[in-house]
Design a protein around this ligand. Structure first.
Ligand code: ADP
Length: 594
């Protein structure tokens, strides 16, 4: 019932107040009533005593009245009061309750002594005669200005006490009813105050735990209602702010997560606050496992920890290039650490940015190699042409037959230059413009057959048998016919180039799991496993002299790879040195034929 501590406190305080005030008021009332009752009893004893005084005063003047005792007894019984008539010497003349002859002398009774000196004596004391507490009231009896005796009226106090007890019971009952009503009403009002406070406390606690959708019902317009409304507004504001913070945080996390650079943030104590996925890859650890730990507990690369240490110690930027040894792989990494300051300018941590330079280094090497290769490839035919032409110029008398042979060589070198330039342009077009290819529904049987048949006559002379195997039904892809023809031509050209006399070459076309597969197999010289990964690089040739002698540029497979990728496909190669190679092109089938 009083589960709420606030309600308990409020209500118990109220109960204490009610009980105290009721006790005080009840006590005062009871005391007042008691005083009034005693006064009233005294007055009534007084009135009766005055009557008795008047009644007995003639008796004192004349001879003793033998009927007095009887009359007094009758009168006492009639008014329910003990009446006593006492002589001047204290001897009892008549008494309504007792036999006067058997009674003690009353001269020293306090009420008689008081009546003698103050004209009225009133005491409350134990009656030896009746053996009970009594209230006595005594008055002197005068006869012609002479004191002749006393009259005394008395009531047993039990009567007074009975009346008082009755009055007390009434007061107690009244107080009880008032207290009960006050307590019930108090509980009702206390609840009206505390119930909204309890629900506000619950709502505030819920808000503190992050539930900002909590709303407090507003039922009043007083301070409690205002408080509820303010809390609701506070909750709304907090929710909006939390949403903004979460959005910003998610944005930041998305940005950090999407960065190619690794980012590690640490606090002043070198505890990792955040690490993005890229940093995890570069450092070879899982970001989740490190967050919250000291950086040197998880990052085994001592140098990175040292950089963080220096940044935090000196509050300066530190940049260094490191060579990280795998696993997973060796990397060149640039580490940039900057101190982090709060709005007051105090150091709160550091942020470390890791740039993986391996790819940059690789690209730089590729670029350098490419430039060197292109220069070299172009220089060779140019030097040859220059030499041939100079000889032709110098030797005016040259035999026409030699001259013609020289000119044919010049033409061949010029054609070779042309082939290199064409291949380079093709690659550069594919690399820079991406989607320069057409997208047409295309039955692959046509380019496969056309390319293979276009090469048949000259090679068959060398004793290489070319066999084409295409399915009965069309194999349709979305693609560029010219480009795909070039793919088949390049593969077939290589197969023929690197297959000795009397070898065999197969060109096959088939469908496999939603893909069209063009397969070119030969029984040629094959490729060493270590070269397999590199043959698709520009200008990479296993045997440069041989390739050049055969008219190769080193760009054929690179073009194959680019065109296949541009069609959403991929290339694979299986090769056994000395036995032969199989190149496969996988292209997604056109939607209708898939
Ligand atoms: P190239 O013009 O030199 O043939 P490619 O890019 O077409 O240049 O091929 C790269 C290298 O791959 C070739 O120099 C050759 O060493 C190797 N190669 C390609 N196809 C074959 C094959 N069918 N058999 C053996 N080696 C091959």
């Amino acid at each position: 019932m009083l589960r709420s501590p606030f309600l308990r406190k409020l209500y118990l305080g109220y109960v204490a107040l009610i009980l105290l005030s009721t006790a005080i008021v009840g006590g005062l009332i009871a005391q007042q009533i008691e005083e009034d009752s005693v006064k009233e009893i005294r007055q009534s004893l007084n009135v009766r005593a005055v009557f008795l005084q008047n009644l007995v005063s003639p008796t004192f003047r004349g001879p003793p009245d033998p009927t007095l005792q009887q009359r007094i007894r009758a009168l006492g019984a009639a008014i329910d009061t003990r009446l006593t008539v006492i002589g001047l010497d204290g001897g009892v003349i008549a008494d309504s309750e007792e036999n006067p002859s058997e009674m003690d002398n009353h001269a020293n009774r306090p009420e008689i002594l008081a009546a003698r000196s103050h004209e009225l004596g009133n005491t409350t004391r134990f009656s030896d005669t009746l053996g009970t507490m009594m209230m006595y009231l005594a008055l002197p009896v005068w006869s012609e200005d002479r004191l002749v005796g006393y009259v005394r009226t008395s009531l047993p106090l039990s009567v007074v006490e009975e009346r008082l007890a009755h009055l007390h019971a009434l007061v107690a009952l009244g107080a009880g009813i008032a207290v009960s009503v006050a307590l019930i009403l108090g509980l009702f009002f206390a609840r009206r105050v505390t119930n909204p406070l309890t629900s506000m406390t619950t709502a505030a606690e819920s808000m503190a735990h992050g539930n900002y959708d909590q709303r407090i019902p507003v039922t009043t317009t007083d301070e409690i209602g205002t408080l509820a409304r303010t809390l609701n507004r506070l909750s709304e504001n907090l929710r909006d702010r939390m949403e903004t913070i979460n959005k910003d945080r998610n944005k930041l996390l998305a940005i950090l997560g999407g960065m190619v650079e690794g980012v590690v943030a640490v606090d002043q104590d070198e505890r990792v606050v955040h690490m993005n996925a890229a940093a995890g890859i570069i450092l070879g650890i899982s970001p989740e496992s490190i967050v919250g730990k000291k950086i040197w507990e998880s990052i085994t690369i001592h140098k990175v920890c040292e950089i963080v240490d220096k940044t935090l110690r000196d509050a300066t930027e530190v940049a260094e290039e490191l060579q990280l040894i795998g696993p997973p792989q060796d990397r060149a990494v640039k580490v940039n650490a900057s101190p982090l300051h709060d709005s007051q300018g105090s150091l709160v941590g550091a942020v470390v940015v890791l740039y993986d330079l391996s790819e940059l280094h690789r690209l730089e090497t590729v670029r350098r190699d490419f430039v060197a290769n292109v220069s070299h490839e172009l220089k060779t035919p140019i030097t040859a042409i220059r030499g041939l032409v100079e000889t032709l110029i110098d030797d005016k008398q040259m035999h026409p037959e030699h001259r013609e042979r020289f000119l044919i060589k010049v033409r061949d070198q010029a054609m070779r230059l042309g082939v290199i330039v064409t291949d380079l342009l093709t690659i550069s077009r594919l690399e820079t413009q991406g989607d320069v290819l057409e997208r047409k529904f295309l039955d692959l049987r046509d380019p496969v057959l056309a390319s293979s048949q276009g090469l048949l006559p000259p090679r068959e002379k060398e004793g290489i048998i070319i066999e084409s195997q295409v399915p009965e039904e069309p194999v349709t892809v979305l693609g560029d016919e010219e480009a795909l023809c070039q793919v088949v031509r390049n593969l077939l050209d290589n197969a023929l180039k690197y297959t000795p006399k009397n070898g065999r070459v197969w060109v096959r076309l088939r469908q496999e799991e939603g893909h069209a597969v063009i397969e070119v197999e030969d029984t040629g010289i094959g490729i060493e496993p270590r070269d397999l990964d590199r043959i698709f690089e520009r200008f990479y040739r296993v045997d440069k002299a041989r390739s050049r002698e055969l008219g190769g540029t080193g760009l054929g497979l690179s073009i194959v790879k680019h065109i296949t990728h541009a069609h959403g496909g991929w290339v694979s190669v299986d090769s056994v040195p000395g036995k032969g190679s199989t190149f496969r092109i996988y292209l997604p089938l056109a939607p209708t034929s898939a």
